[in-house]
Ligand binder design. Structure first.
Ligand code: SAM
Length: 264
């Protein structure tokens, strides 16, 4: 069972199966149907299938709110983005929406990392020749330590096979004083928003997403992975445990998403 801390505790119908209920919240993604040890491969193949329609579905199914969440993320690191000489990395960059939003403020290229080639191809189309994209696994990055001042990750952490290892790798890459921004889905707390969102997220979204993308599995995974992801407080604790300080969080749109920002 999830510990009785955090906004999610006792307020959502959490994981329903016993195995999920027993495990620690800070493990890693466990897609239903993925063999143990094959979670990352399962995730990569799933994103490869949805890549051509990822943007369309993202904007459609979130009613375009995802654009606002990314802009909010950029605003929270704007100060450091505007400093000359700052180096910026977006992990799990997917089709490059956050890279593009960061570049609008930074006015210089932002590095993007993802391990799914079809998602990176979409990012290449969007960003053009200025793209600085690297195909690599976020858990073992082929990059030197302490080479970035800002590191962002949007809707990526939840998909990693090992959340702690991912946070450790982010800590390794940032320079002292650098900022980490983690944008991720969460479960809204409100008495009205919670149940409404639950209905939309558990029933309508997998159905609509499946019909439009032709990949129903991907949208069932989305719902399942969000439900078993750590609460905002648990994630704050894990970010601190990875060595970050000044951890702050902002619930967005009634708590559907949460932005965590921390300093190394
Ligand atoms: C939900 S998408 C988010 C994409 C983008 N950040 C956005 O805001 O739309 C998650 C992305 O994380 C990538 N990803 C998942 N696990 C990864 C890993 N271990 N290493 C690198 N990329 C990973 C997937 O390929 C996918 O493109």
């Amino acid at each position: 069972m999830k510990p009785a801390v955090g906004p999610g505790a006792g307020q959502r119908d959490g994981p329903t199966d016993d195995a999920a209920a027993q495990e620690s919240p800070m493990t890693g993604t466990k897609p239903v149907g993925a063999e143990p040890g094959q979670e990352a491969r399962w995730v990569r193949q799933m994103f490869a299938r949805v890549a051509p329609r990822y943007d369309l579905l993202n904007h459609l199914l979130s009613f375009q709110i995802d654009r606002y969440w990314r802009r909010f993320t950029v605003e929270k690191v704007r100060d450091i983005l505007e400093r000359p000489g700052t180096r910026v990395l977006d992990l799990c960059c997917g089709t490059g929406d956050l890279v593009a939003a960061l570049e609008r403020v930074h006015r210089r290229p932002v590095f993007g990392v993802d391990f799914c080639r079809p998602m990176l191809n979409e990012a290449h189309h969007k960003l053009g020749s200025r793209a600085r994209l690297i195909e690599a696994d976020a858990l073992v990055l082929p990059l030197p330590s302490e080479c970035f001042d800002v590191l962002t990750i949007a809707f990526g952490l939840r998909n990693l096979a090992d959340y702690r290892k991912g946070l450790d790798e982010m800590h390794r890459l940032l320079r002292a004083g650098g900022s980490l921004a983690v944008l991720e889905f969460s479960w809204p707390r409100g008495r009205l928003v919670g149940p409404l969102y639950g209905f939309y997220f558990r029933h309508l979204l997998p159905c609509l997403g499946g019909v439009i993308s032709g990949a129903g599995k991907a949208y069932r995974y989305l719902q399942q992975s969000v439900e078993r992801f750590p609460s905002s407080d648990e994630l704050s604790g894990a970010i601190r445990a990875a060595g970050f300080r000044e951890v702050r969080d902002w619930p967005l749109t009634g708590g559907i998403a949460v932005l965590h920002v921390a300093v190394k």
